[in-house]
Design a protein around this ligand. Structure first.
Ligand code: FE2
Length: 231
């Protein structure tokens, strides 16, 4: 038996681990969404080039921020705020992919979507420890876009099945984009290559933003939702 055995639905680019019917008050419920897609490689290379022009993201410069030693790096950055042609095109691509996803699952939101994202950079022998992005009433979708070709996987923890059957491992390749429910824990194991670069991001709905603002006293002040721009 493996992780794909039960409560698993696959339809093209959409993968979902879901419990459909709760037969008693104590029954376990889950709903984990994934959408795997691709972005044009020419655009990916241009985005990579643009990011590397910034000293803080280029490992060859002393000003390089070592993300593995900075816990708040991913929260307060937003690469999608950049007034750069390629970043603007990338935003449009993400929007297009998101709309295809919603169309397939017949979801009509009719509200604005917001994005916050950060270049995610690993050097040789570094790794991304297991983490999740948002697990709140307002959490929505997160994602990653791979910018370099490395033999790595992003490993997702499907609670509680991964506990017995292992992670859901998705192979990384340049141009791949994955959208997933923001609460799903994930990790990237130690890299053997010199350099691995991706963009991590969070998406929020207008309702997410409103809810966060209305309940601000109960929220963590340093939260990625505060750094969003409209998608
Ligand atoms: Fe992440």
């Amino acid at each position: 038996m493996d992780i794909f055995f039960d409560n698993f639905i696959k339809n093209g680019k959409h993968l979902r681990w879901v419990s459909i019917n709760k037969t008693n008050p104590f029954a376990f419920t889950m709903d984990n969404h994934f959408w795997h897609d691709k972005i044009n490689i020419k655009l990916i290379n241009k985005v990579k080039k643009f990011i590397l022009t910034k000293k803080e993201y280029n490992i060859k410069h002393n000003e390089f921020i070592d993300q593995t030693k900075n816990d708040t790096y991913w929260i307060s950055n937003n690469i999608f705020k950049e007034e750069n042609k390629e970043i603007k095109i990338l935003k449009k691509e993400i929007k297009k992919i998101l709309n295809n996803f919603f169309k397939q699952i017949n979801l009509k939101l009719n509200e604005k979507i917001y994005i916050q994202g950060w270049p995610s950079i690993l050097k040789k022998n570094q790794f991304h420890k297991e983490h999740f992005h948002e697990a709140h009433e307002f959490s929505f979708l997160s994602g990653n876009i791979i910018l370099t070709n490395n033999k790595t996987t992003t490993d997702y923890y499907i609670y509680p099945r991964s506990c017995q059957f292992g992670y859901y491992k998705h192979k990384n390749f340049s141009g791949s984009i994955t959208l997933f429910s923001s609460f799903i824990p994930h990790k990237v194991d130690t890299i053997k290559d010199k350099f691995r670069m991706s963009i991590g991001f969070n998406l929020y709905t207008q309702k997410s933003i409103d809810y966060f603002n209305e309940t601000i006293e109960n929220q963590i002040p340093l939260s990625p939702i505060r750094f969003v721009v409209e998608l």
